[in-house]
Design a protein around this ligand. Structure first.
Ligand code: 13P
Length: 249
């Protein structure tokens, strides 16, 4: 069975609650697509107003991060229960910006992934290589390591429902998109890796996105690749261009 595409926006640290509502009002007629899951991952403070603004539409509201503990003395953090109570289904885990600026590691990513599943949340698990790693020819080795640790103790049934976002760091916010062949090569390697950890059925079921300077002009070519099941979109998700990405065909 063909995998359903999943196209998600990552708003990053943009949009006040008021702006979030206005943006959803603007984008909601543009992002209608019955054949794909459409997710807006928004800052935590925007989740509740965004949920309200998206009510009755095909837009799912997701989170950009969560903590791996249940509750307690973790000032500033958001728990999985808070997300679930707010109606969230998807949560981005281990974005390269969180790894770089907030000291997240493959091990904390794994803890968050396990905790997300425990609460019925679908993690969008990010991986990606730096320019140096690509130039040194260690991209696939690096990604396989990230994936193997992220999925430690994750069951096959959970993995089948997971989403992986392959985001080469050098392509994020740079306007320098990976070519569709480069993106496909790594997404295919990720699927092979999932097949090794689990089995063929799990590898076939898991959805793998590409992220990094996706826009309305390059989405069609990227999403046509057999192992690319959609995108994780930063800058262009804040603009009407996101409608073109969602309706890439
Ligand atoms: P850009 O689409 O702005 O390059 O960001 C990609 C990204 O980091 C999505 O998570």
């Amino acid at each position: 069975m063909a995998r359903r595409k999943i196209i998600a926006g990552n708003w990053k640290m943009n949009m006040t609650p008021t702006e979030a509502v206005a943006l959803i009002e603007e984008l909601k007629p543009l992002v209608v697509n019955e054949e794909a899951d459409v997710v807006f991952c928004v800052p935590a403070i925007d989740i509740i107003p965004a949920m309200e603004a998206a009510r009755g539409t095909n837009i799912h509201i997701g989170a950009e991060n969560m903590y791996f503990e249940e509750k307690g003395a973790y000032t500033g953090e958001i728990s999985p229960k808070m997300l679930v109570d707010a109606g969230v289904k998807y949560v981005i885990i281990g974005h390269s910006e969180r790894r770089e600026y907030f000291a997240e590691t493959d091990e904390t990513v794994n803890k968050k992934v396990l905790k997300a599943f425990e609460h019925g949340l679908t993690p969008i698990i990010c991986c990606g290589e730096s320019l140096t790693q690509r130039e040194q020819g260690i991209t696939i080795d690096w990604i396989r390591q990230q994936i193997k640790i992220a999925f430690l103790n994750v069951t096959a049934d959970q993995a089948k429902a997971a989403v992986i976002a392959y985001e080469p760091i050098w392509a994020i916010g740079t306007g320098k998109t990976a070519t569709s062949d480069q993106a496909e090569e790594v997404c295919a390697a990720i699927r092979v890796c999932i097949g090794e950890i689990y089995d063929e059925a799990t590898a076939e079921a898991i959805r793998i996105q590409y992220g990094g300077s996706v826009n309305g002009a390059n989405a069609a070519e990227l999403f046509a690749k057999p192992n690319i099941d959609g995108g994780l979109v930063g800058g262009a998700s804040l603009k009407p261009d996101f409608g073109k990405i969602v309706n890439y065909k």
